[in-house]
Design a protein around this ligand. Structure first.
Ligand code: ATP
Length: 283
């Protein structure tokens, strides 16, 4: 019997880099929310002790480099499971886009295997295990809206944003998160006002939330890829209330309350790039 899990993409409402740690990683502070653009994960038990991954994507490997594979591996090791699983990924989230697709898949595999093999550990334990795979996996285990600190593994839940539409526009490039992080010069970063974003979520204030969206990595990615900056300017000009780059980019998103306006902006943005989506915050 197969188990199905949705693996929704995340958006950064804020992304701040706090400091460089002794272990070479950065301490971050990120407010993230989940949108209804998702990969579908199907987990089927195997008679042998193997992990198999199938997916149709020219950009994502189907071997041990796949984060979904790594999730199954650490799960099997941690809970001493001598069973096999076939992981089928129906990939809808654009790859290397700043939308955390790989982390979402890994988190969905952890949640799914917890059910498939009746291990029944808490979400907190899965999130802890997820942190060993990649820093956004902990957040993706819970989904919804939260602030992530430390390397991204310390999660504090927040209220979801007020209901709104999300227009996503991704230029035809993939951005390596690693390369962007290597370019960080802490003293030159523009730090977003994360506390104000959190306050706006607590008070359900859509306009305030939009005013305080901020991403410390935007300048770096936009310096490397000026088309990302141009796309952000187009989204602002099109009339979105809040506009930001998600993660290390290159996806630019716009937030809008009214459906008609969202559809108009969506249609307009399709004139500038191929990958444009109109979605809602996941609920
Ligand atoms: P992040 O900001 O967390 O790096 P991203 O959205 O920018 O996320 P992903 O789509 O997660 O980037 O992919 C980043 C890299 O991870 C790619 O090089 C891709 O080949 C690799 N990868 C491994 N497993 C997966 C997966 N299941 N889905 C997508 N990418 C994966």
């Amino acid at each position: 019997m197969a188990i199905y899990e949705k693996a929704p993409a995340k958006l950064n409402l804020s992304l701040d880099i706090i400091k460089k740690r002794d272990d070479g990683y950065h301490d971050v502070e990120m407010v993230m929310t989940t949108i209804d653009l998702y990969d579908r994960i199907e987990l089927t038990p195997l008679r042998n002790n193997q992990i198999e991954v199938t997916l149709w994507s020219q950009f994502v490997p189907n071997d041990e480099r796949n984060l979904a594979y790594q999730a199954a591996k650490v799960f099997k090791e941690k809970y001493n499971i001598n069973k096999g699983v076939h992981i089928k990924i129906d990939k809808c989230i654009p790859v290397s886009a700043g939308l955390g697709g790989g982390s979402a898949d890994a988190a969905a595999v952890l949640r799914g295997l917890n059910r498939l093999w009746n291990v029944n550990v808490s979400m907190a334990e899965l999130a802890h295990l997820g942190a060993t795979i990649s820093s956004d996996v902990s957040f993706c285990v819970y989904g919804k809206t939260a602030v992530a600190r430390g390397r991204g593994e310390k999660i504090e839940p927040l209220p979801d944003p007020p209901p709104c539409w999300v227009i996503l526009a991704k230029p035809d490039i993939g951005v390596s998160t690693r390369t962007v992080f290597q370019q960080i010069e802490l003293e030159k970063l523009h730090h977003p006002n994360t506390e104000d974003v959190i306050h706006a979520l607590h008070t359900g204030d859509f306009i305030k939330m939009c005013q305080h969206l901020g991403n410390a990595l935007e300048d770096i990615t936009m310096r490397m890829y000026p088309e990302v900056k141009r796309l952000k300017e187009k989204m602002i000009k099109a009339g979105a209330t809040g506009v930001l780059m998600s993660g290390s980019g290159p996806t630019i998103y716009g937030l809008v309350e009214q459906e008609r306006k969202a559809k108009r902006i969506y249609n307009g943005m399709r004139g500038f790039c191929k990958d444009v989506f109109l979605v809602r915050i996941f609920s």
